[in-house]
Design a protein. Structure first.
Length: 560
């Protein structure tokens, strides 16, 4: 069994240790790629810095994120943060599809982000997610490990919420002057400080109407539905048998969220589904089979097995596709491939059911078998929309060192670069979480938050900050006549080719010399070259930053 300290996407929360159920599965290698993913979108997510902070702080952070070279910021569009009477179990009387019917100032934090993103030429990716308002969930007691606000959210209410969000950020919505005040100050089932509600990109589209808010074109639907903290119950008993239930609930939410976005003109946007955790109480492969109503034979379920998962009992592929367009016609499947305290090229031998970068091919093949069963085109894209490594320091309960974090972030991005099916990779956190408030200092509970940032909580940079800004990876770090060197000039202007210099020295005390120049030649500033390195030593990338007029360097790689 494998114990995970925290649900991905939750920080400073009241969640206890979560048990990840072991699932048996085969591990396949990452698929070989004929064409690298040199246009994959670079995403960063840090809700505490972007929606739970002052306007001045948000502006400063957005500028720093843009300077890192990020394409887009991912932000949790928290249902209960904008909904009226979020703590009441009685549904208020209001038009939930109309953004003007929401509390005065409820949207302010989100309006600020989309405006700043447009100014900084970045895109915004809104993930529509819980906590849900108390009036939009089932009544009763959620199972242990769950929360009242994640207990069977009402899909009809969620669709109306999606319509309101889609309308507000359609590019033609002009907010009335009396709706532009400060945030409403509502309270949530959990304190705000206890929440992190966790085609190449173009910048946020300019408004089509004078005075309108910028248009948002990237969307996610719910967060980590295979984790009990985000969606419950995970299972239910049908005819004396326990069957997965979170896939049923998430399928309903997907259908609802997709319909709400399509109804407000976002049907051609990048709409992502699932946002699955790498492990979870319902692990990714069992989850995706139930989500798509296929059995262990990878064929559509029929009869009582289908009925148990709210699937068409006829097993008709065309009927299921028609009733669930978001599952097949959205832009792609979102996944969070955390590998915790080990490098991205290794899988958990004791728990192969966890889907991370090393066995991403398992997930890709599963999706292909499902789509083939429904006579749909295979190759459904993957968007890796939350990922990172906690570090020690500051967290004494993890094993990943600062150097390993920097190395593994570069290695992981190189791996996704080599998989053309991966369309985006997201760094989770710019700034480390502080320890959990109210917990006993020094305990595991105290450190049950996320220290995956590129900066410490005090703002000091970790080695991963520079490594993330200018990644470098040498797959086989031995000297030779054609050593593969990969990298990225993330913050460079990519309208034209950019040039970096690969530098070499024979020892850590030696002088650096220029080995060769390498050009980018693609929209994301990736570098790939085969270089003659005649002897052991060290290499690094050097790039003249036109903004600071200084030379920026990648991390140093040892060559044997």
């Amino acid at each position: 069994m494998f114990a995970r300290v925290l649900v991905c996407g939750f920080r400073r929360s009241t969640l206890a240790l979560l048990l990840i159920v072991v699932a048996v599965g085969s591990v396949w290698a990452l698929p070989a790629s004929a064409q690298a993913s040199s246009t994959q979108t670079s995403i960063l997510m840090d809700d505490d810095q972007l929606i739970y902070a002052s306007s001045a702080h948000v502006k400063q952070v957005m500028e720093e994120i843009a300077a890192l070279g990020i394409n887009t910021v991912k932000v949790s569009m928290v249902w209960a943060l904008v909904a009226p009477d979020a703590n009441s179990t009685k549904e208020p009387s209001f038009d939930a599809t109309n953004p003007n019917a929401y509390p005065n100032g409820a949207w302010s934090r989100y309006d600020l982000v989309v405006k700043l993103a447009q100014e900084l030429n970045m895109g915004v990716y809104f993930q529509l997610t819980g906590p849900a308002p108390a009036w939009a969930v089932a009544k009763g007691n959620p199972p242990a490990g769950g929360h009242s606000w994640s207990y069977e959210p009402n899909p009809r209410e969620f669709e109306q919420f999606a319509e309101a969000v889609g309308t507000r950020y359609s590019g033609s919505f002009v907010p009335p002057s009396n709706k532009s005040g400060s945030a409403s100050g509502i309270t949530l089932p959990l304190p705000v400080t206890g929440l992190n509600l966790d085609n190449p990109l173009v910048s946020s589209t300019a408004p089509t109407t004078p005075g309108a808010l910028p248009r948002v074109e990237w969307w996610g639907i719910w967060n980590e539905p295979n984790e009990i903290g985000w969606l419950s119950p995970q299972v239910r008993k049908v005819d004396h048998h326990w069957v997965p239930y979170s896939p049923v609930l998430d399928r309903q939410l997907t259908d609802a969220g997709y319909a709400g976005l399509v109804a407000t003109g976002h049907g051609s946007d990048t709409i992502l589904i699932a946002e699955t955790a790498s492990g979870g109480q319902t692990q990714p492969i069992p989850f995706v089979r139930a989500y798509y109503c296929v059995g262990s034979s990878w064929r559509p379920l029929r009869g009582s097995a289908a009925a148990a998962l709210d699937c068409p009992t006829s097993g008709s592929p065309s009927k299921f596709v028609a009733e669930n367009p978001g599952l097949f016609h959205s832009a792609g499947f979102a996944h969070h491939p955390y590998s915790f305290d080990q490098p991205p090229n290794l899988t958990f031998k004791t728990n192969p059911g966890i889907i991370m970068l090393a066995n991403l091919g398992v997930f890709e093949r599963a999706l292909d078998r499902i789509f083939h069963a429904y006579d749909q085109p295979t190759g459904f894209p993957l968007y890796l929309t939350e990922w990172g490594y906690k570090t020690n320091p500051p967290n004494p309960f993890v094993h990943t060192s600062l150097t390993e974090q920097a190395d593994w972030l570069n290695e992981g991005e190189y791996m996704t670069y080599n998989d053309p099916r991966v369309k985006a990779l997201a760094q989770f956190l710019l700034v480390d979480d502080t320890p959990r408030q109210g917990a006993v200092p020094g305990t595991l509970s105290y450190w049950s938050t996320f220290q995956t940032g590129l900066l410490y909580a005090n703002g000091k940079a970790k080695p991963s900050y520079a490594a993330f800004r200018l990644p470098i990876w040498v797959p086989d770090a031995h000297s030779g006549p054609a050593v593969t060197v990969w990298g990225e000039l993330r913050p460079a202007a990519h309208a034209g080719d950019q040039v970096a210099t690969l530098e070499f020295r024979t020892s850590s005390l030696g002088q650096w010399s220029n080995l060769r120049s390498i050009e980018t030649g693609n929209p994301e500033g990736y570098l790939l070259s085969h270089v003659d390195i005649p002897q052991g030593g060290q290499v690094r990338l050097a790039w003249p930053d036109p903004v600071s007029n200084e030379i920026d360097y990648s991390r140093t790689v040892d060559i044997k």
